[in-house]
Write a protein that binds this ligand. Structure first.
Ligand code: A2P
Ligand code: MG
Ligand code: MG
Ligand code: MG
Length: 353
């Protein structure tokens, strides 16, 4: 079995980080700031990035990290920085053996900023590079909907390990399709799932806990006899993928069931466990480059669960080009047997053929 230690550390690091994000999720003041690209960031994003990088650097000190966040705002905003430190310094797994594997607490508030900035790798085609999205779907997180803590290990351009923590997804695979999973999530009863995959070894899920890792189950995509029986998973935010084009593709494929709408890589997780079948992310703007941390873990999870993940041209996602998927446009993820038909429909709708 390859990458056993990497999977375990990544799972525990993500699980620990969700203890922090769940705290912030329930706070009224989440420390929201707008970044240069106008997208939001919160205490949860910064804190989770610090905790996860600490765990990776402790266990794999020579690895590089492509993390979404950086500390420059916090170096100016000392009040926000202290609030984040107040959260970070107290977070630990309530299983001491598991917590010890992550290298213990961060040394200081100052060190926390430098640790956040270890996520500044340019990425690229060579070596071991972790792609980290400390909160994916920050808009969902702020709205009280779905979000995910995502970590992938890319080795020489290829995703080898993918881990995604979804604190607001139902534990039971079967309820996810019918439940109001995109809506308000104030009740945490029966929620919280940790997904993982290692290349060549399939995909698994287990309930998120506040201590050690819970027992896992294998997951797989549902068999879908033909495209008309499929269910789409798509984003909530109209600015992130083209919902009109998605609807036109669904129509071409004969799909009548309503889409399941949810923020973040919880979409990859949902189709990987059979709670939905097809994830479309059709471009809204020509110039938007998807980020590797938004897709690395989900791409592997779906492929290991029996799916295929490509861009709108049918090309596999290329994680070897730096911090963005500069060689790809959009994302199409579907059961492997249906992928060609879905790509065909996407290309007709987008006038690519
Ligand atoms: N213009 C855009 N097009 C596509 N994705 C975007 C755009 N702006 C932000 N994103 C990213 O899309 C992801 C959320 O997608 P979804 O709507 O499917 O949940 C987030 O990672 C978000 O960034 P961020 O991580 O800053 O929230
Ligand atoms: Mg963001
Ligand atoms: Mg993201
Ligand atoms: Mg994010």
């Amino acid at each position: 079995m390859g990458y056993e230690k990497e999977r375990r550390i990544a799972e525990l690091a993500v699980q620990r980080a969700t203890l922090l994000t769940k705290k912030v999720f329930h706070e009224k003041a989440k420390g929201e700031l707008a970044k240069d690209d106008k997208s939001p960031v919160t205490k949860g994003d910064f804190g989770a990035q610090a905790l996860i990088i600490q765990a990776i650097a402790h266990n794999f000190p020579n690895d590089e990290i492509v993390g979404e966040e950086e500390s420059s705002e916090l170096r100016q905003d000392t009040a926000l920085r202290s609030e984040i430190w107040d959260l970070v310094k107290d977070i630990k797994l309530n299983d001491s053996a598991s917590d010890a594997l992550l290298g213990g607490p961060l040394p200081s508030e100052e060190a926390m900023l430098d640790i956040i900035d270890k996520g500044n790798s340019p990425g690229g085609p060579k070596g071991r590079i972790w792609a980290l999205d400390p909160i994916d779907g920050t808009k969902g997180f702020l709205r009280g909907g779905q979000y995910a803590v995502c970590l992938g290990l890319i080795v020489d351009g290829d995703v080898k390990v993918g881990v995604i923590g979804c604190p607001n997804l139902p534990v039971d695979d079967a309820t996810s399709l019918s439940a109001d999973i995109g809506g308000n999530q104030s009740d945490e009863e029966g929620k919280g799932v940790l997904f993982s995959a290692v290349q060549g070894e399939g995909a698994i899920s287990r309930p998120l806990t506040s201590g050690g890792l819970a027992p896992s189950n294998p997951i797989s995509m549902r068999p879908v006899p033909d495209t008309s029986k499929a269910v789409f998973c798509e984003g909530v935010e109209a600015g992130h993928s083209n919902q009109g084009d998605n609807a036109a593709v669904a129509k071409r494929l004969g799909i009548t069931a309503p889409s399941v709408r949810l923020d973040s890589q919880a979409k990859y997780c949902s189709i990987a466990r059979g709670a939905g079948d097809i994830y479309l992310r059709l471009p809204v703007r020509k110039d938007y480059q998807e980020k590797i941390w938004d897709h690395a873990a989900g791409d592997l999870l779906v492929r290991e669960a029996g799916g295929q993940v490509t861009d709108i041209y049918g090309k596999r996602l290329d994680f070897s080009k730096g911090r963005t998927l500069i060689e790809n446009k959009g994302v199409v993820a579907a059961p492997a047997a249906l992928q060609d038909q879905v790509i065909e429909a996407v290309q007709v709708v987008l006038n690519l053929k």
